[in-house]
Design a protein around this ligand. Sequence first.
Ligand code: ATP
Ligand code: MG
Length: 198
Amino acid sequence: MRGILGGTFDPPHVAHLVAAEAAYRQLALETVTFVPAGAPWQKAEREVSPAEDRWAMTRLAVEGVGYFEADDREVMRPGWTYTIDTLETFDEPVVLIVGADAARGLPTWYRARDVMARATIAVIPRPGVDARSVERRLEGATMLWLETPLLAISGTMLRDRVRRGHSVRFLVPDPVWRYVEEHGLYRVDDGRLEDRSA
Ligand code: ATP
Ligand code: MG
């Protein structure tokens, strides 16, 4: 069975890899497919890094792990990105891997019922998110918890660290760290990313 880990991946970080590894091991998956969102509608209020950079970093993040792959079907698709459109492009049933914060929001997604009907939802605990609130919101879905350590790492926190001149080395895979440095991502003078939600 295939696991799907969707996200903005702005940037991909170690908690994403830990989540994918947990799903791969605990659910005996064949592959975990990382699918960066093209235009994530949930983040319409903030400027997201260009899809080109997020796609490049996602490829770098999965590099060297045979059972991880990066898939560009969402970055290639025009318009807002909806998970259901992605699920419908896979013929076989899949496991959708989501952090507890995303899981809690799932009932508000476009065609949420269809998402729940099509995929098993594997949830990763996330600091600050109450497990029972997730379970209540996912009533009716086929859901399970994956066992991982709680990791207080987020893309928001990493972008903020870079902006403040702090290192993100070892919080992201090394090739991703190098990409962020070489392309000057998330710096104040970058001009491409202005986080109005901060
Ligand atoms: P941002 O702060 O920009 O939203 P993020 O760290 O939440 O970044 P996303 O690309 O939004 O990263 O997340 C992709 C998926 O990974 C989501 O399902 C999210 O809940 C999950 N995820 C990300 N970080 C963690 C974490 N530290 N623990 C558990 N799940 C996580
Ligand atoms: Mg997020």
